[in-house]
Design a protein around this ligand. Sequence first.
Ligand SMILES: C[S@@+](CC[C@H](N)C(=O)[O-])C[C@H]1O[C@@H](n2cnc3c(N)ncnc32)[C@H](O)[C@@H]1O
Length: 283
Amino acid sequence: MMLERLPILKDDGLITPEVGLWAEYKYRLVWNYAKMFAASMKAKWDARIYIDLYAGAGRSRIENTKTIVPASPLLAMDIPNKFDKYIFCENDKEKVQALKARIGRDYSDSNVSFIEADVNKNIEEVISNIPRHHKGFKVLTFCFVDPFNVRNLNFQTIKKLAEKYIDFLILIPSGMDANRNISYYIDESSTAVEDFTGASQWRDEWRLKGARWENFGLFFADLFGRQMRTLTYFYEGLADMVHVRSTEKNLPLYHLAFFSRNELGRKFWKEARKYSDDQLDLL
Ligand SMILES: C[S@@+](CC[C@H](N)C(=O)[O-])C[C@H]1O[C@@H](n2cnc3c(N)ncnc32)[C@H](O)[C@@H]1O
């Protein structure tokens, strides 16, 4: 696979949220994985589906610069062997409108469903848009899960999707939220950590074994990984995940974790990491 630079776009006047420079890595990873997944699964599956649960507006501006790049939904379309269907969920009306306009303009030939709603309350609608897998028609889905913070995701959402043949790339906001706001999350009145990880006993575990961890963010990411094991996904430890740090101050931001039940998926993930790791080039 060729290492490609992210395309740099001209301002189209529609909403373009700002992201840190570190987002380049996330974008390259999802792009590279989508390329490999869509190409190599083409012959083996009758339908390949891409889901972006937190789709955004389709473009981002790198903060403190004028550089505009395609964000995850448009990167997943900018690939040689397009997915057979795209499902985008986003709860911000203006972003959904911008995403629709951009796709209508640049990718009108793609099969796309838009769900303008809170994904955790409307996961059944997302699922109803996945073509039905049956004998003679095999459906495989790749789902990107890119929340802002711990409060945005409910593990039940992942659990319901996991009833399908589906691989996940999940951003776990370990440093930028879980660890930074530990005093808020640790408070008995907060259900956010349990909601995100689906682990009801996490406070007991943190109390007993917390000292073994460098910080709460690492414990949180590992807890999530272990919970994915209960859904029969491979997870061997934090080394399976990419730990992304801020470009300027090297502060821990989040973990990017790939979950598959399939050895081939894990092989692609390793490849995508290798290609995305190479020198970043937006600045
Ligand atoms: C980090 S951004 C991700 C954007 C996109 N994936 C990208 O590549 O730039 C998170 C997005 O999720 C949306 N969002 C937050 N909570 C949500 C929820 N519960 N349901 C649906 N969308 C949500 C936000 O409006 C925001 O656009």
